[in-house]
Ligand binder design. Structure first.
Ligand SMILES: [Cu+2]
Length: 109
């Protein structure tokens, strides 16, 4: 029974591009050399969690415009989180795959 529930949960996750882990966390999936969804809109104080759902490929998240250093690589089944306290548009890239279009933006209202 538990396995059935797990399968249903995984199917639900696979079908939804964007999901909310809880009221204060929005999930962006890294898969197929892309951020999904590439654009998320959140409220100030909410957290974005980037989850790597690739089978083998690593990625990272780099808010270059903020003057930050690139985050270390995030490998499959790993994730990172970042909380946004001020409204604005925060563009980011995956440093090793920016030239393949792996870019995203967090809009904080
Ligand atoms: Cu990447």
């Amino acid at each position: 029974m538990r396995n059935v529930a797990t399968v249903i949960l995984l199917a639900a996750l696979a079908c939804s591009g964007s999901l909310v882990a809880d009221d204060d966390t929005v999930v962006v999936v890294m898969r197929d050399m892309a951020f999904d969804p590439a654009e998320v809109t959140i409220r100030a104080g909410q957290t974005v969690r980037w989850e790597n759902h690739e089978r083998r490929q690593f990625h990272n998240v780099w808010f270059r415009d903020l003057g930050e250093d690139p985050h270390p690589y995030i490998f499959p089944e790993e994730h990172i989180e970042k909380t946004f306290d001020e409204s604005g548009e925060y563009a980011y890239v995956c440093e090793p795959h920016e030239d393949r279009g792996m870019v995203g933006v967090v809009i904080v209202e």
